[in-house]
Design a protein around this ligand. Structure first.
Ligand SMILES: [Zn+2]
Length: 96
């Protein structure tokens, strides 16, 4: 499980790295609404497979099959300024 996960009781985070499409964690459908809230933060880290990243992007969407909201999470390299990892806790309020 990624340390960059943000969630409350009703909105799960889905890891989207390297996937052409993400799936609804509830019904497994790939049909989704357009991304609405998008939050991007500079955070340096290394994925489980050894891939380095310096940016984490969370994109909020909704399953078109069952209506479940979720947050698709992406790790990339963008060479932008970074924030302290503690500030990740503030991301949820921007996505809510
Ligand atoms: Zn669904």
């Amino acid at each position: 499980m990624s340390e960059n996960k943000v969630e409350n009781n009703s909105v799960p985070t889905v890891e989207a790295d390297g996937k052409p499409r993400t799936r609804c964690p509830k019904c497994l459908s790939i049909r989704r609404d357009k991304y609405n809230r998008v939050v991007k933060r500079g955070i340096i880290g290394v994925l489980a497979d050894g891939t380095e990243y310096d940016t984490v992007t969370w994109r909020r969407t909704k399953c078109l099959s069952c209506g479940q909201c979720r947050i698709d999470m992406f790790h990339t390299i963008e060479n932008k300024p970074t924030i302290p990892r503690e500030d990740i806790n503030k991301v949820w309020s921007d996505l809510a």
